[in-house]
Design a protein around this ligand. Structure first.
Ligand code: ADP
Ligand code: MG
Length: 237
């Protein structure tokens, strides 16, 4: 435990919460500690990712342990891999039974960018990662559309929910990416309807953003009371 504390200090990782899992020393701990399959490690190597970034070191073990997480780290510090990696590892047995991961992004551009980033990391395996387009939201019957991980803005996902063509009852991971912006943009009602639709009692919810304003944390605490907070550097810079 003392060793974890020193290691966190070295990487400027600040945590709050009880029994927070040890940070990753390297990517190969994904296999030794969590049984990660080799294709993901292969992809990371191919992408030239030699070491986990600080947010990846701490947020990945938190999410793999099934803990809710508020993760705050600067722009460009690798938050996408921090939330997609646990999904790619947990969903390895492949799903035929609907959407297992949902990532909400504040704008269409960010949703598209996040989709590209996620696909890069999932390359070569059978995951179906889908961006919610306007057409999909309006017309697709998701019970027939193969999709493991869905990336959407809150508005489009709410639209699809209203049309009753999508079920989120089996979602195991829900990520609110750029959560400071999500809340700032007044998308609260839409986010709320998505959170409610993700009705699986063992769902792991998480927030990822560059800043964690107090009002966001307070709002999020109401649905994620036991979340572990992981902050890289200082909270709101
Ligand atoms: P953020 O969401 O924190 O702003 P991204 O997830 O978009 O950051 O990542 C920023 C860039 O860093 C991307 O180009 C990504 O491919 C790269 N990256 C992510 N993780 C690593 C890593 N462990 N080593 C090197 N580069 C990485
Ligand atoms: Mg990001």
């Amino acid at each position: 435990i003392e060793r974890d504390a020193l290691f966190r200090k070295k990487y400027n990782i600040h945590i709050s919460g009880i029994n927070v899992p040890s940070p990753l020393k390297n990517f190969s701990e994904l296999s030794s500690r969590y049984g990660c399959e080799s294709h993901l490690l292969h992809n990371l190597a191919e992408l030239g990712f030699e070491e986990p970034t600080p947010i990846q070191r701490q947020a990945i073990p938190v999410l793999l342990s099934g803990r809710q997480c508020f993760a705050c780290a600067p722009t460009g510090s690798g938050k996408t891999l921090a939330f997609i990696c646990p999904m790619l590892m947990k969903f390895k047995h492949g799903s035929t039974n609907g959407i297992r991961g949902v990532i909400l992004c504040p704008t269409r551009e960010l949703a598209a960018q996040t989709t590209r980033e996620c696909k890069k990391m999932a390359k070569g395996n059978a995951f179906r990662i889908k961006l919610m387009t306007k057409e999909l939201a309006r017309s697709a019957d998701f019970s027939k559309l193969p999709c493991d991980i869905l990336i959407s803005t809150p508005l489009r996902l709410q639209l699809a929910l209203r049309k009753k063509k999508i079920s989120l009852s089996r979602v195991e991971y829900l990520v609110l990416d750029e959560s400071d912006k999500l809340f700032e943009l007044g998308l609260l009602k839409q986010i709320d309807s998505v959170v409610k639709a993700c009705s699986n009692p063992s769902i792991v919810r998480s927030l990822f953003s560059a800043t964690l304003p107090d009002f966001v944390e307070e709002l999020a605490r109401s649905v994620m009371p036991d979340a572990v907070r992981v902050i890289i550097g200082r909270k709101n810079t």
